[in-house]
Design a protein around this ligand. Structure first.
Ligand code: WT7
Length: 638
């Protein structure tokens, strides 16, 4: 990564200590944290076995960690379980039965609430309906929906019957959806007629119809009626959700899964070509998420937890749904835009439901911060006791605003580092820890991370290197859909360690400071977008001969894409063409693919073997000399 960017990220170190009252009330006291950390470092398998013992299993494991086929690690080998039993059914047999599991709010202001008992009933009806459609163990179910109650039902119903859910963010295009359907051979697609976003109705079913043109694996489409708009229903293939579940029984059997059987697939940007289908399994994922979610968020019986991220990303899986439900807490889910109808929607939701823990990406905070403090100030936010962020580095200015104007200087801000691939939180302060704004603090107990150089040797404190995870962890991905080589590549770079793809440094206290991606992936509004996928969208336009994408700074989104385009002979570099190209890329990938700037070039810088030198373009953009790293192969950054 560029030194100038790294320098910008060398934030001033400030230490903020937790308020005494908070420490008194915390589930894990500082002394216990220290003890746990030490015990977990000495014997990580003891630590994770202890975490597994907190959950219910149909059969316990023969081995905590089977390393025979490393890096294809198998956690809790021999065990049988189902995450839905732990996230839902188990709570219906305890005092949690009549506790709210889910509070949902639609963008127009409509709300729906479900207790654990009621949620279980809905999930069972949908599970039976899916079985009726012929869905069973191992079948892929694509869910193309915004955050709706039915989205939660769909995920849990699939998992309950042993099917594998594959959520596709509702902001993706028909083409992107089509690719994800084809890659996983999905049998069923679950969607809605449309949804509300920023005051408009977004059509979803039409997009599904376009995506399904000619897709032979898909046998049925289940459509949730959300907006009531007219949609085409193709008879024999499409079913209204309501009609499908109406007559179903409210009891359903739970499929007994092997701990390493797949639970879900989630596509994320890779450094090359098409997105990778990251696969997570029932056993390890539930153990890792259950322990880390409760420790990081200090869950109490009275909490109302809100993860304001879309269900279409890993944050929406782990932190919006599985984490809170495993913990038996109450989760809030919101359909719409944070600015609708005005920039106080988040604060109004916090106030109305008494949200006590709020978890959101920095990009949302930056966006709301721009509108001024009058919005958070016009609401009573005293129910909040913890704040969390994820997805990208949070600058101290944003951190301070969040801490002061949202948290009233009384709520720790937990900056959690993790990835689609890691499944669970990996590096994060615990609520009783000393905080340094801009730092993700230390690896959680049971997680071992290091900052290393190209040879895999730890770098001294203060020096930038590559972030690696040196021990397997339970919620790690178990595979990449149809691509064992892509899976292996994470473990090839530094022997025995998982290469996260991030540049980072560690300070004298062992606190980790994430400096950004070290590879060709951009973090736009907290979401990973591969330069390769964006470039592919550009070259599919007839005017484009060649293109290179780099990330440039953006005040709200953190990072944005800039394209350097070489045009064919018959095309002129006009402003109209710039607009046309931006529109084209949006059409190819969906509204997530925002291109901020396009610059036309006669040619692009390349290595002697023809590899695109994006870092040269980036240095030019920043007006600094390219870093000569003496690495002719450039295998680390290109
Ligand atoms: C990448 C993973 C895990 C949920 C959201 C994104 C970046 C993540 C932080 C953080 C700085 C962060 C990293 C990582 N990232 N959390 N707290 N501070 N950067 O999941 O789409 O899989 O992206 O997001 O670059 O590698 P994802």
């Amino acid at each position: 990564m560029d030194r100038s960017i790294a320098d910008e990220l060398l934030f001033e170190e400030r230490v903020i200590r937790p308020l005494p009252q908070f420490v008194v009330e915390a589930n894990l006291k500082p002394a216990q944290v220290a003890e746990l950390r030490e015990a977990a470092t000495d014997d990580p398998l003891w630590y994770w076995e202890d975490a597994a013992d907190e959950l219910e299993w149909f059969r316990k494991w023969d081995t905590v960690l089977d390393e025979d086929n490393a890096p294809f690690y198998r956690w809790f080998a021999g065990a049988r379980c189902n995450i839905v039993h732990n996230a839902l059914e188990r709570h219906t047999l305890t005092v949690n039965k009549n506790k709210l599991a889910l509070i949902w709010e639609g963008e127009p202001g409509d709300t729906r609430k479900y207790t654990y008992f009621e949620l279980n009933r809905e999930v069972n009806r949908f599970a039976n309906a899916l079985r009726g459609l012929g869905v069973g163990k191992g079948d892929r179910v694509v869910i193309y929906m915004p955050p709706l109650p039915e989205t939660v039902f769909a995920m849990l119903a699939s998992a309950k019957i042993g099917a594998v859910h594959s959520m596709v963010f509702a902001g993706f295009s028909a083409k992107a959806l089509r690719g994800r359907i084809a890659d996983s051979d999905a049998k069923v697609v679950i969607t809605a007629d449309g949804f509300y976003r920023n005051g408009r109705v977004v059509r979803l079913k039409d997009t599904v119809d376009r995506a399904l043109f000619d897709a032979d694996s898909v046998e049925s489409v289940v459509v949730v009626r959300r907006t009531g708009q007219e949609v085409d229903i193709s008879s024999g293939r499409d079913f209204w959700y309501e009609e499908l579940v109406r007559r179903e029984r409210t009891q359903a059997s739970t499929e007994v899964m092997d701990a390493s059987d797949p639970l879900f697939v989630l596509y994320t940007a890779g450094t090359t070509g098409k997105p990778k289908g990251i696969v997570h399994a029932h056993g390890g994922y539930m153990v890792g998420v259950n322990r880390t979610f409760r420790d990081v968020f200090d869950i109490k019986p009275t909490d109302i937890f809100w993860c304001a991220a879309d269900t279409g990303w890993i944050t929406g899986h782990t932190a919006a749904i599985y984490g809170p439900l495993l913990a038996g807490t109450t989760a809030v889910l919101y359909e719409g835009h944070p600015n609708y109808p005005q920039p106080d929607r988040l604060w109004s939701i916090v106030e109305r439901y008494g949200v006590s823990i709020l978890y959101t990406p920095p990009t949302t905070i930056r966006m709301l911060m721009r509108h001024g403090t009058q919005y958070p100030e016009s609401h009573n936010l005293t129910s909040l006791r913890l704040l969390g962020t994820v997805g990208e580095t949070i600058s101290p200015v944003t951190w301070d605003w969040f801490h002061k104007h949202v948290g009233g200087n009384a709520c720790p801000v937990l900056d959690t580092w993790w990835q689609t691939e890691t499944g669970m939180f990996m590096i994060s302060p615990l609520p009783v820890a000393a905080l340094k704004p801009g730092s993700v603090a230390r690896p959680l107990p049971g997680v071992e991370a290091e900052v290393v150089d190209r040879q895999g040797q730890p770098v001294p404190p203060g020096k930038t290197g590559f972030l690696v995870i040196t021990k397997p962890w339970p919620a790690m991905m178990v595979a990449i859909e149809d691509d064992p080589d892509a899976y292996r590549s994470y473990w090839d770079r530094v022997p025995g360690a998982y290469f996260a793809g991030d540049a980072a440094r560690k300070d004298e206290d062992g606190y980790i400071w994430i400096q950004g991606r070290a590879d060709d992936v951009l973090i736009i509004a907290g979401h990973r977008i591969g330069t390769a996928e964006l470039e592919g969208a550009f070259v599919s336009h007839k005017a484009v001969v060649e293109v290179a994408i780099i990330g440039i700074a953006d005040r709200i989104k953190g990072e944005a894409a800039k394209a350097f385009v070489v045009l064919g002979d018959d095309y002129d570099p006009t402003d109209e063409l710039i607009e046309e190209l931006k529109e084209h890329v949006r059409g190819e990938l969906g509204p997530v693919a925002v291109v901020k700037a396009i610059e036309f070039r006669e040619s692009l810088p390349k290595t002697s073997c023809g590899k695109l030198l994006r870092r040269v373009l980036k240095s030019e953009e920043l007006g600094v000399a390219p870093e000569d790293d003496g690495d002719p192969d450039d295998c680390w950054s290109a």
